[in-house]
Ligand binder design. Structure first.
Ligand code: FAD
Length: 454
């Protein structure tokens, strides 16, 4: 590739802080709030104009769509967030679980309130573009913004960018599946103007969707116990349209999937029906291609729904997510790599800092936590190799592609975020680095916050 030489220059320091959290999705919000509540001066940096990550930027509303009567969870901030979201941001019953679907737009406002109530210093429109590392220890980051380049110096940095941007920039090792094996990306959209009575009647009397139906356009293995449960899933109208030639094969797009809720205002939300394969969401040209293909196929999907699904005849697009939804990219190589075997076999660890139910969604698996089974997540999975005072939380923690299909879920990202924020603050108080944090102290602090990690 042709290159140009960038001249060396001095960069202004915009802020100095105890803990810098980069990225404000479920993991970043939790990490920042936990670090601040644990006594550390905390700054939360986000590349877009709103906090909330995939919730507010992509439009994902199903914070806990896996939850059934016997599901065992971590509690802590995940529980508190859900109650706060519902109170401030509003919600509708999530159709397949004992949970609420968040209002993704209102979530932008709810996240502002949560951050300001916690006393976290907010910084929007700032993209981390370099890491400041001295002798294997991270000292802060350099970010790009409308004010130009600036630095934030920090005693601890938590990478909650989803893509492990900070870890990668800092030179910490990471893994990334080959492009063809990464989970698909999705342009989510929401529809308005739906005759919801007719749509509900179609669901009840004609579609009658269950998790068994997921085997049609996706290849899925369940444990059997999921098969006959209701799932808000449709593919028949899309399969028919694809057979009619509506999507050219070379676009590598599959259509068909789920919706989230049906509102009294005639909306059907979180239409998660456009899946684009072969996209590396750390490659700007892939992202550009996928954004455009995603919108094209979302509009094709609206057309299909209008033609083929009762109740959608006069429906219109309400909005696209403000950006493409990416499910998988870099995973840090941590001191421990959480395996698929761990997730499927209720792994237990002495240094556990979070638990998550046995919920697996992706890579041809769908397992719902109907029986109370759960696994633990060790602190070591948040600690990258080679760079100290840096932690990761959320979907980029250290794991295999198969375990990622479980820990990528939002409530689990909150749990690892809360653990990372708490650990960063504990390590500061104790005057040790994050790699040398006393996990017992972190566990005690998490227990005091009402987190279940055993
Ligand atoms: C289409 C789709 C549907 C999904 N459905 C569900 C579902 O129903 N339920 C569920 O639990 N999970 C679902 N998931 C998965 C889940 O939403 C994500 O795995 C989860 O949000 C990851 O949380 P996170 O905090 O790690 O990262 P994200 O939510 O991705 O947040 C990362 C944040 O970091 C910011 N950022 C990125 N790079 C930088 C940078 N260099 N500098 C500064 N900021 C940066 C981003 O703008 C973003 O705000 C879905 C995902 C997708 C894409």
């Amino acid at each position: 590739m042709k290159t140009v030489h960038e001249k060396e220059r001095d960069i202004p320091v915009l802020a100095e802080t105890d803990v810098l959290v980069a990225g404000s999705g479920p993991a970043g919000l939790a990490a920042a709030i936990a670090a601040k509540r644990s006594g550390a001066d905390t700054l939360l940096m986000e590349r877009y104009g709103c906090f909330g990550g995939v919730i507010s930027q992509v439009g994902v509303e199903g914070f806990a769509w896996y939850r059934h009567e016997n599901t065992v969870e971590a509690g802590g901030l995940a529980k508190e967030f859900e109650q706060t979201f519902v109170r401030i941001a509003g919600s509708n019953p999530e159709s397949q679980s004992q949970s609420q679907a968040l209002d993704a737009e209102m979530f932008k406002y709810a996240a502002d309130l949560m951050i300001s109530e916690a006393g976290v210093r907010p910084l929007l429109h700032s993209t981390v573009s370099a890491a400041i590392v001295e002798d294997g220890v991270i000292k802060g980051v350099i970010a790009e913004s409308k004010s130009g380049r600036f630095a934030v110096l920090a005693k601890r940095v938590i990478d909650c960018t989803g893509d492990a941007d900070v870890a990668a920039l800092a030179g910490a090792p990471f893994s990334k599946a080959p492009k063809d094996k990464l989970m698909s990306v999705t342009t989510l959209f929401h529809c308005k103007g739906v005759d919801t009575a007719r749509f509900k009647d179609y669901i009840k009397n004609d579609l009658k969707p269950t998790y068994k139906d997921w085997g049609g356009c996706w290849s899925i293995t369940t444990s059997g116990k999921e098969d006959d449960l209701f799932s808000p899933y449709f593919e028949r109208p899309f399969v028919e349209a694809i057979q009619e030639g509506i999507v050219p094969k070379e676009e590598r797009v599959s259509l068909g999937g789920t919706w989230s809720s049906i509102t009294d205002e005639g909306e059907v939300t979180q239409l998660n029906v456009v899946f684009i394969g072969g996209v590396d969401c750390t490659d700007v040209e892939d992202l550009t291609r996928a954004e455009i293909a995603g919108r094209r196929n979302a509009m094709r999907s609206v057309e299909i729904l209008r033609k083929k699904v009762p109740g959608f005849e006069r429906a219109k697009l309400r909005n696209f997510g403000m950006t493409l939804g990416a499910r998988e990219s870099r995973l840090i190589r941590g001191q421990y790599i959480l395996t698929g075997h761990d997730v499927f076999n209720q792994a237990r660890f002495e240094d556990s800092v979070a638990i998550f139910p046995e919920f697996i969604d992706g890579r041809e698996w769908l397992i719902l936590p109907l029986t109370g089974r759960y696994y633990q997540i060790p602190y070591r999975a948040l600690v990258p190799q080679q760079v100290d005072n840096l932690l990761a939380a959320g979907r980029c923690i250290s794991g295999e592609p198969l375990s990622h299909t479980s820990f990528r879920n939002m409530a689990c990202c909150v749990a690892t975020g809360q653990a990372a924020g708490t650990a960063a603050a504990c390590s500061l108080k104790a005057g040790v680095s994050t790699a040398n944090a006393d996990v017992r102290q972190v566990q005690e602090a998490l227990a005091a916050q009402g987190v279940r990690f055993t």
